[in-house]
Ligand binder design. Structure first.
Ligand code: URA
Length: 239
């Protein structure tokens, strides 16, 4: 595989993109015995020998997994309770995977798991404002005018939610369905937003994460991202 030198080093654990660029520019990196100071230099992972201060950079391809998380699983790599890792344990080196952001134990839907620390870091960093869309069922009859505070932004003790997109799918006297898109990912954020307008969430499922769509992936199942999904996702956070 042909890859930029800085990406190879970042993906083989020598630091973030900017840290490895510094290492390269300072002359710590050799390719086939020659010092290379250009971060964008192309190397072939099948042929070239890359060393950082004499230590080989071993490239292990990253994994990018979309899981449809069922309720009842904790989004964590380690917990006394059942974790999402159980659902991907047939993937080789699955212990190196970690979830990008989190879904509550009782929540369902699209959860991205990856071995790529740099991408995960950016996707969860508030700076990049990656949109996340949820399908929710809430208590009571939702009315358009009640959604105003969600659409205008909401202040909480610990953070301020930016204006969110929200639309009612259906509503009856006992419950309503809606779709909401938020750009942050604070603890219990969607539940807290609907609590605030007097309609507690009874069911929550993430259906989109950035450019990724859950689609027809059955609950409890996973799939690898396609090359196109991955390249759009990387571009969305300037990688
Ligand atoms: N908002 C919530 O309240 N819970 C989730 O799991 C995700 C978003």
């Amino acid at each position: 595989m042909k890859i930029r030198l800085d990406r190879l080093l970042a993906e083989s654990g020598f630091g973030t993109r900017s840290q490895v660029k510094r290492l390269i520019k300072k002359g710590h990196v050799t390719v086939n015995g020659e010092i290379v100071k250009t971060p964008g230099f192309t190397v072939d992972t099948d042929r070239d020998e890359v060393l950082v201060d004499g230590e080989p950079a071993v490239f292990e391809e990253n994994y990018y997994i979309m899981l449809n998380k069922p309720a009842g699983y904790v989004t964590s790599t380690k917990d006394r309770a059942l974790t999402v890792m159980e659902l991907v344990s047939d993937i080789p080196r699955f212990e190196k995977l970690f979830p990008v952001g989190r879904l509550d134990k009782d929540a369902e839907g699209l959860l991205l798991l990856t071995t790529d620390g740099e991408l995960a870091h950016r996707l969860t960093h508030p700076k990049w404002k990656v949109p996340k869309t949820y399908y929710v069922v809430v208590e009571g009859k939702l009315k358009e005018e009640e959604l105003k505070p969600i659409r205008e932004g909401m202040k909480f003790k610990d953070f301020e939610a930016m204006p969110a997109k929200v639309r009612i799918i259906s509503s009856s006297s006992s419950s309503s369905e809606a779709e909401i898109t938020i750009k942050e990912g604070k603890y219990h954020q969607v539940k807290r937003m609907f609590d605030r307008i007097g309609h507690p969430v009874r069911y929550l499922k993430r259906i989109r994460f950035g450019n990724l769509e859950l689609g027809q992936l059955p609950p409890g199942e996973y799939r690898h991202l396609t090359d196109e999904e991955l390249s759009l996702l990387r571009k969305s956070v300037s990688l």
